[in-house]
Design a protein around this ligand. Sequence first.
Ligand code: FES
Length: 170
Amino acid sequence: MAHEENIEQAGLLEEEQIAEFIHHAGQIEHPREMIIDILRAIQKNHGWVPDEGVELTATILGLTALEVEEIATFYDKIYRKPVGRYPIHICDSICCWSRGGEELAAHLQEKLGVALGQTTADGLFTLLPSCCLGGCGRAPGVMVDQRFYGNQNAEEIEKLIEKLRQEAAA
Ligand code: FES
């Protein structure tokens, strides 16, 4: 296990967060369980997880960077490239397809002027296709900030975009 003083945090985590993660990792049998927690904390502070964040996580947990990277790239809610303030995950699975998901994705791309995978010029929104978001009963849906918004259509999604724009401007 790494010592705190050896960790180059590069502003990705607060010192107290690092100390807390190290303490917690020392108390559990499989520190790998904490990979996502640490990556999420880095993402919350920094907006996305740069290579230094993967290395920092590995150092905290006494793992290799590759072990962390395997998890980081498996979960599509961990961003390994810069994203907008609000990454919008558009469900790209069958229940949503069958209930207008493709039209919803097309509408969002037209409304925001970006293709899937791109970020709006104002840095607010990134559109990301995702596998089933777990809200099939309310398909079609999108996820923003860990929250699922179901029963979406052109009108509802425009309201959501407007609400997020206002939140960003507040
Ligand atoms: S298929 Fe879209 S939420 Fe499950």
